[in-house]
Every structure is written in structure tokens, then in C-alpha cells.
Write a protein that binds this ligand. Sequence first.
Ligand code: IMO
Ligand code: MG
Length: 340
Amino acid sequence: MSSIVSDVVVDVQYGDCGKGKVTHHLARTGSYTHVVRYNGGHNAGHTIYHEGKKFVTHAIPCGVFFGIKSIIGPGCVINPTRLLEEMEELRSSGIDVDGLLMIASNAHVITDWHLVEDGKDSVIGTTKRGNGPAYRDKYGRKGIRASQVHDLQDYIVDVYEEFHNNQEYEQVKVLFEGAQGFGLDIDWGDYPYVTSSHCTSASAFLNGVPPSSVRNVYGVGKIYETYVGAKDFEMEDSALAERIRSVGQEFGATTGRPRQVNWFDLDSISRAIDINGVTKLVINKVDVLEALATEGDYLRVYHGDDTFSFESIEDMRYYIQEHLGRENMDIYFSGNKDRI
Ligand code: IMO
Ligand code: MG
């Protein structure tokens, strides 16, 4: 029996808050034995700067950048063709995935038919990567598991054996890399404008480790909010939204769609902190609003029924710290340009 510890990275807004950056930093510094994607599929787009070079990963956990075993967990859905392409892209950029990338035998598969079906969506504004239909078939008990797919055989792993009966390590140390975000969670998000998987920290424990293994939950948010999809989300003042979108480069890493922009919502993040059990909160892209502060009224948050404006980014940070602070949680503010 191996002992297991784990840390979880979870997005506290609507995705695209910088999970890639935080996970990459932790994988580099945290001496993990495994990095595990715990939900979602190729709908995710994680932007990572590795040794000065930009990468966008979709299904492959960021452990591969550091020679760490990287598992696509049982909570995920996989498009085999896309996955093999993503592996090839990484290989051709000098990132060695072979011998590191593994796929849980009980993860599910996105079929061509799932892609066709999802391609017809006009209600939710999905990424059209087949996620919804693949999860529907999984829960309808009509799905196909990764272990049944010929092209994936070289990568299949029994997650139980890998985590619990591993003679290789004295202690298995897992970093869980979440996809999507709390606001897109199938249960806690703004239904039906959600994705089809569980995006909360609890979802990590559906991937073969016990809840008692968790040490830290890293909640990742942004100093303003963005959302991509069919519902109306953007702030009233479209000129301000446009400026933030342009300075913050808020365009989907997977589909290239412009992200709708709104102010930081204290109440919804507070809820996300409580439900996910966040112990370390990272608020990204602070420098984007800081750069815009001299141009106009860009330093705002929603709190209760009101919007609050601030004179300086320091005042805004102080207010956030005051109202989100918890006894057992640290808050870090980070800039887009801090490439950690
Ligand atoms: P990462 O991991 C932001 C959104 C889609 C749509 C809804 C449902 O990069 O943060 P789906 O294709 O999942 O059925 O679409 O969820 N969405 C994301 N938005 N970041 C993501 O992933 C997303 N993955 C899905 O835009 O509104
Ligand atoms: Mg993304």
C-alpha cells in the first residue's frame, strides 16, 4: 500500500482564469509523482508558458512538461484522434510525452457521432467538442471506455494500481488539474449554461484517491470575470468590456470566441471558496485592470446588490482581501505578465 497526498487546482469562476499557469508552477515546484486531469475533455484550453514558449493544452495534464507522470483520469472524456494529435504537437515542440502520458482505463470516449450531435448545439454555446453527448452516454450506460479503444492501448492505466499499489514511490503525490470552472459546474453552475462534468474540487476524488489525501485546494480566479457561451453575461458598458477584452486578450484558447466580460463578483466567489474548500486563492490578471485604471472606471466589484468602485488597485485588493478573507485561506494576487 502506498500513502497518498494530493493538491487540487480548481477554477472559481467560469473557466479561463489561469489554471494552466498555476498548475504549471505547482508541477515545477511541488515534487509531485503524478499530475491528473480530473474532469472534462478537449473543451478545455490551458495556456502555458514553458521555458519562454507558449503552449495550449486541451486534454494532456501539464506534468509532461517536467517529466512527471500525467494521467487523464476516469472523470474525463477523450477524443482519441484529438488526443493523438495533441501528443504529436507536444512531441514536435520537444516535449516528451511518451512513457509519461497515461489514460485511466475507465475514462470515457467521445465518438464521431458525439461530435456531430454537439456540433448542432445552438442553445448552450458549447465548444462543440462532443462533451455533453459523451457524458450523457456514460451516465446512460451506453458509453465506450478508453480500455475498449485499440488506439489507446499503449497508454491505458489502472488508476487503483497506480495510486494504491505502487512500489515505485514511498509516497504518491498527486496534483489535480481541473478543467472549466465552478460557474460551469453541472450542479453548481448557472444551469443549463454549464458543462456536463463536475468541475468542483470534490470531483478530483472521483479519480481514485481518498478525500483524506487532500492538503491544499488552490482556487483560481481573475480580477474581473469572463464567460464564453450562449447566455447574456457582459457588463452594461460595452466600451469598457471591449477594452478589458482587448488588453486582457480574452478570446477562447480552444475556439477563439470572444469572452464576455463582467466585474468581479464577491458573492459568487465567496460561495465557490466555501463549496470547494479553497485554502489558497490565486487572483490573476491584476495587471490588466491596473493598466486600465488611468483610463476610466475599471476598478469595480459586485457585492450584494451594489457595484463598488475603487480609486486604486491597492484599494480594490484590500477590499477583496477584507471580504473574501478566511482564517484558513491565503490570497495571492498575480499579474498576467508574471509568467512564474
Ligand atoms: P478551461 O478548462 C471556459 C464552456 C463553453 C459553454 C459551456 C458548455 O479552458 O477553463 P461544453 O463544450 O463544455 O459542453 O460547453 O462551457 N466551456 C468553457 N469555458 N473555459 C473552459 O475550459 C470551458 N470548457 C467549456 O463555452 O459555455
Ligand atoms: Mg481555457
